[in-house]
Design a protein around this ligand. Structure first.
Ligand SMILES: Cc1ncc(COP(=O)(O)O)c(C=O)c1O
Length: 480
């Protein structure tokens, strides 16, 4: 600190003197047992008053950094170890992490800054501009004083009773899943549900089967608990369970997206569904059904969840409000056999106790009063229209060269190219042109399937048309 000046306006001088001395002790430039300069010397060199220096020394003494010896001045406490390491670079810190820690640090679930996230064609992003925020706020205001006080306490880790029962009823109507409210465990999105599955049903080294291509968040959650992730191919009937069962006979857990395979968009056939349930029965394994966007089916016949089948007693159903409402809400759930609920509730309590009470209470009302269904119906009209806009815009901008195939469900479309081709280069060039075009290879383990994913749900017509024109230019440059 230069003499007699105040380099940190807004901070008192005595606090600055204290902080400087403390930093010198923590960093070892004033080592344990060293004698501090006499206070009058500090007064002269720092150009501050004696009271300022004495205040700083007394505070350091009170906190144990300094000891005063009567008639002999102040010393750095003799038994202080060196306190603060030099700031380490990320690369230097990584070896400190366990193998599992490094795997977690490298997970593909990266947060995108809002400016980038706002650009099409981000996948899984719902329309938030039409979200009924005012209605949500009104429902929040309806919570009375007594209920609010009750919600301000520690709550049950499995979720509010009202919300669990609203979800159970919703599942029956919307996805054909029959369950008791007591089987529903509220989670912070489906991601936490997958994390709890990894924590409670797997030991390090256990094999789990996942779809290839598939959702990286599933792989990361399970590998994060030491599981060995095994790829199973996907064909036009969904995950090829016969292939997985033969190749990975040790696996006892399977995670799949049967309603709308992520990211290929395939719907699992009934034959395949029954084969999956058969596999679970025969090896006493578990199937985790990730029904992340199962509500978005636009055809005349909405097919129910795998969990709705009679033989689905070894299926854990994972649902989320990230697509039906919005991902910032961080509310989802898992439906469990009753016997597993206490263990999952205990794990949830360990992780973060429970979901925020008021959000749960508002969501319970939102579902029970029919607002979820109304909002969903609006989105079920909007999304296919947007899908059409995207298909037409891309066809037009590419003079008919790029034809996306329409889909009767979901929030994204896939443009597949020949296996093994480089899809990354186009994605990079699209990004330079301000468009997010996820390459299919990002979602693969062994699979050589390649292509690009076009998320369309969260963008208005003009944004879709602009982005389609840019992608057409990038694709044209590739083939030129
Ligand atoms: C297939 C799939 N599963 C799960 C999730 C996770 O959703 P959340 O944790 O927000 O519920 C996503 C998100 O995009 C997804 O695409």
């Amino acid at each position: 600190m230069p003499r007699g000046t105040n380099p940190e306006p807004g901070t008192t001088l005595r606090l600055q003197v204290y902080r400087q001395l403390r930093a010198a002790i923590e960093q070892g430039s004033l080592p344990a047992g060293a004698r501090l300069p006499p206070s009058r010397e500090l007064v002269a060199t720092l150009g501050v008053s004696r009271n300022t220096v004495l205040w700083a020394l007394q505070r350091l003494q009170a906190e144990g950094y300094v000891v005063a010896r009567v008639g002999d001045g102040s010393y750095v406490a003799p038994d202080l170890p060196r306190l603060r390491a030099r700031p380490a670079r990320r690369a230097a810190l990584l070896p400190v992490l366990s193998q599992r820690g490094r795997q977690i640090a490298d997970t593909a679930l990266r947060w995108q800054p809002p400016a980038t996230a706002a650009a099409p064609f981000r996948i899984g992003a719902p329309e938030v501009a039409s979200f009924p925020f005012a209605l949500w706020d009104r429902l929040a205001r309806q919570i009375g004083a007594a209920e609010r006080q009750a919600l301000a306490q520690y709550l049950h880790p499995a979720g509010l009773a009202d919300l669990r029962s609203a979800i159970a009823q919703w599942l029956w109507v919307s996805r054909g899943v029959r369950c008791e409210a007591a089987q529903v465990l509220v989670c912070s999105g489906s991601q936490q549900a997958l994390d709890l599955v990894g924590r409670l049903l797997l030991d390090p080294g256990d094999e789990v089967m996942v779809e290839d291509p598939g959702y990286p968040g599933i792989r990361a959650a399970l590998a994060g608990h030491g599981a060995v992730v095994r790829p199973v191919p996907v064909d036009d009937e969904g995950l090829v369970i016969a292939d997985g069962a033969q190749r990975w006979p040790q696996a006892r857990l399977l995670v799949a997206t049967p309603t709308h395979q992520f990211p290929s968009g395939v719907r699992m056939s009934l034959k395949r569904r029954l084969a999956v349930l058969d596999w679970a029965r025969s090896c006493q394994g578990w199937v985790v059904e990730d029904d992340y966007d199962g509500e978005f089916q636009y055809g005349p016949h909405r097919i129910p969840a795998l969990t709705s089948l009679p033989a689905a007693d070894r299926v854990l159903y994972v649902g989320t409000f990230s697509k039906t409402l919005h991902p910032g809400l961080r509310l989802g759930f898992i439906v469990l056999p009753q016997a597993l609920v206490p263990a999952f509730a205990a794990a949830r309590a360990l992780a973060d106790r429970h979901a925020p009470g008021e959000q749960q209470a508002v969501l319970a009302r939102f579902i029970a009063e029919g607002h979820l269904l109304r909002h969903l119906n609006r989105m079920r009209e909007l999304y296919p229209r947007r899908q059409r806009v995207l298909i037409d815009a891309l066809a037009q901008a590419s003079a008919g060269e790029v034809q996306l195939r329409p889909a009767e469900q979901g929030m994204h479309l896939l443009l597949e190219i020949a296996p093994g081709r480089n899809d990354h280069a186009v994605s990079q060039r699209a990004q330079q042109a301000g468009v997010l075009l996820a390459p299919l290879s990002r979602y693969t383990i062994e699979s050589r399937r390649r292509g690009w994913l076009f998320g369309y749900a969260g963008y208005d017509d003009a944004a879709l048309q602009r982005a389609a024109a840019r992608v057409a230019t990038v694709l044209r440059a590739r083939t030129a």
